[in-house]
Design a protein around this ligand. Structure first.
Ligand SMILES: Cc1cc2nc3c(=O)[nH]c(=O)nc-3n(C[C@H](O)[C@H](O)[C@H](O)COP(=O)(O)O)c2cc1C
Length: 90
């Protein structure tokens, strides 16, 4: 199925799967006392070169990991309540 649907579909699917894994990684890290941030603001070609990543792999995102400096935490902006954009259907 993946080969017959073309390269765009394969790339989309790689990013879908990587994003699910990334989310799980971030939640697991939090559970172990670490803080993380997903990032896309980097040069993927440079990262590929530096880390010697083969062309067959798609670079979906980068995750920073460390300990949050709580003292410089900015005030949280407004976040929509989940009920505003999720509907449960029985
Ligand atoms: C897909 C995605 C990509 C992001 N890329 C960057 C990035 O390149 N640089 C950056 O400073 N923050 C980036 N962010 C935002 C940070 O990961 C983080 O969410 C933000 O600093 C707010 O942190 P907070 O949610 O803990 O307040 C990105 C967020 C997402 C969801």
């Amino acid at each position: 199925m993946y080969t017959s649907r073309g390269e765009d579909f394969q790339r989309d699917e790689a990013i879908r799967n990587a994003s699910l894994s990334a989310m799980l990684f971030m939640l697991a890290a939090k559970d172990k006392g670490w803080d993380t941030c997903p990032m896309i603001g980097f040069d993927p070609d440079k990262v590929r070169e530096i880390l010697n990543i083969d062309e067959q792999y798609e670079i979906a995102l980068m995750i920073t990991i460390g300990k949050e400096k709580v003292s410089s935490r900015p005030p949280r902006g407004y976040r929509k309540p989940v009920t505003e954009f999720v509907t449960y259907v029985e």
